[in-house]
Design a protein around this ligand. Sequence first.
Ligand SMILES: [Zn+2]
Length: 93
Amino acid sequence: MLVTAVECQECNSIVYSRADGDVRSCICGSIMVYGGQNHFRYDAPANSKHQVKKIKVNLSLAQLYEDWDSMKDEFGLITENQDNEVSNVSYTC
Ligand SMILES: [Zn+2]
C-alpha cells in the first residue's frame, strides 16, 4: 500500500505514522509524524530540509497497526541501510 511519509534530508531517514495514536520522529528528531494514514500530520522546523512523499510498503494497514499496538516498532522508520521495507519508492510529490 501507499503511505504518506516524510523524508528528513538531514539524517536521511523516512518516517510515517502507522496508526491514529502513533507518533514517530526521524533519527535526528527534527521531523515528527502522527495521526496515522487517515489523519496524517507532521511537524518540522521551518528551516529543515525535508520532503513529503508517498511511498509503497509491502504491508497492510492491519500489519502497521499491529506493529504499533504491540510496540514491536519494526516499521514506520526507514533508514538508508534498511530498505527492505520499501519495495519501490515512488516519488509522487
Ligand atoms: Zn532527521
